[in-house]
Write a protein that binds this ligand. Sequence first.
Ligand code: DQQ
Length: 556
Amino acid sequence: MALSLNYWLIICLISLVQIQVSQSIHRDDQPYRTAYHFQPPKNWMNDPNGPMIYKGIYHLFYQYNPKGAVWGNIVWAHSTSKDLINWSPHPIAIYPSIQSDINGCWSGSATILSKGKPAILYTGINPQNQQVQNLAIPKNLSDPYLIEWIKPQSNPMMAPTEQNQINASSFRDPTTAWLGRDGRWRVIVGNKIGRRGRALMFRSKDFVHWTEAKHPLYSLRGTGMWECPDFFPVSTSGEDGVDTSKVGKGLKHVLKASINDGFFDSYAIGTYKYNLGKDVFVPEKGSLRLDSQSKYDHGKFYASKTFFDSSTKRRILWGWINESTDAATDIKKGWSGVQAIPRKIWLDKSGNQLVQWPVKEIEKLRKGQVISSNTELKGGSVLEISGVTASQADVEISFEMSTFKNVEELDPRWSDPQAICSKNGAGKGFGLLVLASKKLEEYTAVYLRVFRAKNRYVVLMCSDQSRSSLHLDYDKTTYGAFVDVNPVKEKLSLRTLIDHSIVESFGGEGKACITARVYPSIAIDGEARLYAFNNGTHNVKISKLAAYSIKDARIS
Ligand code: DQQ
């Protein structure tokens, strides 16, 4: 007995050493792999699919190419987690096996049906390369990991036909379904007709027989194909999420579409009504309107999807962060694509916009910290924040301006925040230099700038990649967003999650998000540094700084 215990202890120790060794080898030749963002060990990953919680276990499926680091051979890979941060991989859940998905299993969503049974609707590519919608259900409901999925004989559930005249190459990505008061399920599917993006609606009593509604739930001219639509209620009185089928007082609805022409996820806030047999979504007057100003994230973030976490009453958002490198580079490194840290998402107090914040579970990974308050940051100065692993960190910083006398004037012609960030640089901005090299040959600047406009101040957030890498052929885009905060009354805050090649930033406590993908050549691992800077002529106060090293999550 004693011998066998020792034997197992030795085996465990050897494996631990092997893991440590393989991790250090892996980091040396894979400087851009992330340590706490979700990614499979190798190959291509794109959209998050069918996120849900079932019997206390979080499920994430994702579009995956089991055969390589570029898009193709698409299946649904599957991982589960108890905390949204550490994940265990499972066998591929949905793969081509029937006529109606033989050429690919594309994106879709999970719905929790009555009695808590999950069901997945996803897009299959049939032998004629048409996009159709299929159903998959768990083989064994008593398995909380939902390892095996079966596809009913009656697939596909929705298909383009001569009668419905749906364009077979623009008909995909069913949402989570919701149950109407009339006892019928509703689902929307992304589509376009000409340049008009559309959310086609289907209804069903039994989740198997689906009928197309006469009118799309919503459509908008000039937006092109809507991929991965999402439709869900948000509470008007707090941060709690609500079940997707909830309607009534104290709620507004959000429609999100992934705008394929432009590759961004954009939303509108409005009212969902069911009147005289017709379901309609009416965006609020003056609400953000599925355009480039109403992006979930003004950097890299696409094909996102929310789910309602009934265990914590949160609505949680997943989104795909793609690479900025070319296919040859991705093939060489053997992988492509990362998921953003899951974010809680809710309606801002103003009712005019959504707010996003990394799920609090991420804080479990925090270790060594640097915390300070009320530090003066002189005009024109750079201050190193040492004591944390700068390549793997979580940094929260808030600023107060000592004076508003000299703020920059906003040229009334400047309406595009990205253009201001790209053309005018940091101006009198202040913020962080992340993934920076010691001599500042490389850095990604994430910062805020305050402007004076007519009767108000305007706050701009930028994430500038122009100096992110000495590699000349890597992406140098600068992203920008306006942040709806009043700098006189509110904190000017930034939070940035840094993870080797990811800089995921939240301005104004989550009112504006910008995710950047960067590939430094010097500022790698132990060579990376973190700084605060103030480019203005006057001092600003760092009212709060909390920087943490972040441990590796257990992912693959
Ligand atoms: N990715 C899937 C499609 C979806 C697109 C294919 C969005 O279903 O429209 O991998 O990234």
